[in-house]
Design a protein around this ligand. Structure first.
Ligand code: GLA
Length: 734
């Protein structure tokens, strides 16, 4: 392990966080204004030569109480800006006091350096397994006049180019204050020339996380969700890059927010081309009343620095999220190959139909059956029964236990779908507790998919759901749970909160969901959990703390999945990305693709099926049995190997990525081409991440290659014929 240090140079008043991979420098300026000096590649010694230069700029006024005209917060790069002392850039916080004033001026107060990392209570987070793994700097600022304190929390991790950041506000005044905005982190970058582009992951339902890369221009650019969840529309991750940064070279700073609700990533390029980056809970639909003596802890942001391109950044996220965010016994275990009945039957199934699917699945070697939506209440379509988590006896004549027992007798594991945060008007729960539905009394709420949110910020509401779920877990043998959420938040109002606390509803909702997940995952540790929100609407690092995998998208079209999986891998590990082979023509796009293409694409994730096996020909079933066996051989490599992106589907007609085992003795190459033409060019690809010295053999063709040559001169794609062609090449060291 390299040395991880947080040093305070007393004389220069500079903090240096350094672990041999990254350095972060913070300076305490005159009068205690805290400035940002540097974040990037690690170095050992700092001589204090890079103090921020001073210049008197017109209309950039001065630091309160200091008459130095060249000293202004309007241009000074800072760690936590104050609202109202002539910094006109986007503020890190808006905190309103009893007087109605929101003016603040936060200055250095104190610091402490600790081994390890303090726990963020009730929030998902990066954890450490021993205090040697990290060092934490808590830098405390205080308002110039008021007893309002802000702790800036920085944790630097051994052997990872990673720093996490969060903020805690403490109110030691005699009165309440209202937090109307609070960033988890601020970073002001002085030389925007180094980071002149930003990558984000916008999208839509069935079109999540589409890689977008754009120039950072003057003004403010925001990437955010206002939907109460991470959202399909904008994922909670961005990367700052240089225009010529690519997968293998150039600088990149990844910023990944460990939160599953309304988020906001703001970037401002200021009047002298400097960047301010703010990340936190979105101030839309948010305020938090902090009474005297109370504190508010924000969720955290994971910053990863790479000096050699995006693959290195992603690789660091993959390791960190797998090793120190995901928890529980399944985080390092090989995940079962499942079959889910959703696209096979939708709501239209019986015990008999399910048994037939299970029989077929057992014959093909599939390892788990997942019963999706429609098994509870009287749910024959999506208009009813959410909130009533007891079996639909008329539909499942054998009962849930009967189905589970049957599945287990056939040698498969059994999984079950839930949507715990929802209520249908047509449900017993609504009949008994109409007030559990989140709405402002007297104002009719907005339905979506004919369903409504439960107010998960209320303990009794959570308990009503939790009791029902526990009853099923205690009576039916369940190996896996799919935790779904099929609408965005509206009508954010909680009947248990006072008028001045209503702005807390959305955040309290999420804290309630996290608490419920924490309780259930703790008490049923054997269950494998999969997150879902209409596919990938809540695919984020916060949820990964409770559940190790997530349904990547309701879009199972193999061609569109290449794009979705490619860009999801920027921030999230392959072990978190579930991918299923579904019917052709595809139900979302109407596109026909071969079973091979669908298999190859889905095998690049946590693999499974989602189609009616009974409808398939004998030849197709045989092919599926082979796919299952192939995946079992490559599963550890795919789920826990290093993933490398080689060719982007966003840039051309071909796609390539690969997986390499930690010891480099095994690799798997995925090649894809979207459209063909009669005189198709010969495509080539150079591999990466192999050992130069090793000789590899193609497991199937027995052809031999030197690692060196594969990475230097590369290989040709197969001479594909037709659209939507793919190939997997499995290499092993000989
Ligand atoms: C969501 C999920 C699907 C399926 C349906 C059931 O859309 O993403 O996989 O579970 O709900 O209603």
């Amino acid at each position: 392990m390299s040395k991880t240090n947080v040093i305070f140079h007393q004389e220069e008043k500079v903090f240096h966080l350094n672990n041999g991979k990254v350095s972060y420098l913070i300076q305490i300026e005159e009068d205690g204004v805290v400035s940002h000096l540097y974040f990037g590649k690690s170095f050992e010694s700092y001589s204090n030569h890079k103090k921020y230069p001073r210049r008197d700029r017109g209309f950039s006024g001065n630091v309160p109480g200091n008459s130095e005209r060249a000293y202004s917060k309007d241009t000074l790069p800072q760690e936590f800006s104050s609202h109202g002392s002539m910094d006109y850039r986007i503020p890190s916080s808006i905190i309103r006091r009893e007087s109605g004033s929101n003016l603040h001026d936060f200055r250095y107060f104190d610091y402490r350096i600790e081994d390890g990392k303090p726990e963020l209570k009730g929030l998902p987070q990066v954890y450490t397994e021993s205090d040697e793994e990290a060092k934490t700097l808590v830098l405390t600022l205080k308002d110039r006049d008021q007893e309002i304190y802000v702790d800036l929390i920085y944790t630097i991790y051994s052997d990872r180019p990673t720093i996490t950041r969060s903020t805690k506000v403490r109110n030691l005044t005699a009165n309440s204050i209202s937090i109307e905005k609070i960033a988890s982190m601020q970073m002001d970058l002085t030389n925007s020339g180094i980071y002149d582009e930003v990558i984000s992951l916008p999208g839509a339902h069935v079109q999540e996380r589409q890689l977008q890369r754009e120039k950072i221009n003057a003004g403010i650019k925001t990437f955010e969700s206002r939907r109460g969840t991470t959202s399909h529309q904008m994922n909670s991750f961005i990367a700052l890059v240089k225009h010529d940064t690519n997968e293998f070279s150039g600088p990149a700073i990844g910023l990944n927010f460990v939160y599953s609700g309304n988020h906001s990533f703001e970037i401002e390029k200021d009047q002298i081309d400097q960047l301010r980056v703010l990340i936190g809970i979105n101030d839309y639909n948010f305020s938090w009343q902090l009474n005297s003596g109370e504190s508010f802890q924000t969720p955290e942001v994971i910053m990863v620095y790479s000096d050699s391109g995006l693959n290195q950044m992603s690789n660091n996220y993959h390791h960190l999220l797998r090793e120190r965010v995901a928890r529980g016994i399944h985080k390092d275990r090989q995940r079962p190959i499942l079959i889910n009945n959703w696209e096979a039957t939708y709501f239209d199934f019986t015990s008999e139909k399910i048994k037939k699917i299970v029989d077929e699945a057992a014959n093909l070697g599939i390892e788990m059956f997942v019963l999706d939506d429609g098994w509870f209440g009287h749910r024959d379509n999506d208009n009813s029964s959410l909130g009533d988590w007891s079996e639909y006896k008329e539909k499942l004549s054998d009962g849930l236990k009967g189905v589970s027992d049957y599945v287990h007798q056939k040698g498969l594991k059994f999984g079950l779908w839930f949507e715990p945060e929802m209520i249908s008007i047509d449900s017993k729960l609504y009949e008994q507790h109409p007030d559990y539905l989140m709405q402002e009394p007297g104002r009719s709420p907005s339905a979506s998919r004919d369903q409504h949110l439960l107010d998960m910020g209320r303990k009794e509401v959570r308990e009503a759901v939790e009791t029902q779920i526990r009853k099923i877990f205690d009576t039916v043998n369940i190996d896996y749970v799919k935790w779904d959420m099929n609408r965005s938040m509206s009508d954010a109002y909680s009947i248990i909160l006072n008028a001045q606390n209503q702005g807390e509803t959305a955040h309290r909702y999420l804290l309630g969901v996290y608490e419920l997940l924490e309780n259930l995952t703790r008490d049923y540790p054997e269950i494998l959990w999969e997150g879902c929100s209409g596919g990938g609407g809540r695919f984020d690092t916060g949820f990964l703390y409770y559940i190790p995998q997530s349904w990547t998208s309701d879009n199972t079209d193999a061609v569109e999945r290449m794009n979705i999986q490619y860009s999801t891998s920027l921030a999230y590990p392959i072990s978190s990305m579930t991918a299923h082979v579904s019917a052709s023509p595809n139900h979302q796009t109407g596109r026909s693709t071969s079973l091979k293409t669908r298999g190859d694409v889905a095998m690049s994730g946590v693999f499974g099926y989602e189609l009616d096996l009974e409808q398939l020909s004998a030849a197709e079933k045989e092919e599926i049995a082979e796919q299952v066996q192939s995946y079992q051989k490559i599963r550890p490599l795919v789920q826990y190997g290093d993933f490398i992106r080689l060719k982007s589907p966003y840039e051309g007609n071909t796609v390539a990525w690969m997986f390499v085992s930690q010891d480099q003795k095994e690799a798997l190459l995925f090649l894809g081409r979207i459209l063909t033409n009669a005189q198709a060019v010969f495509n080539e690809v150079k591999l990466a991440g192999l050992n130069k010295e090793f000789v590899y053999e193609d497991v199937e063709t027995k052809e031999k290659y030197y690692g060196d040559e594969l990475m230097t001169i590369g290989m040709y794609y197969p001479d594909f014929y037709g659209d939507y062609q793919t190939q997997m090449i499995h290499l092993r060291k000989i």
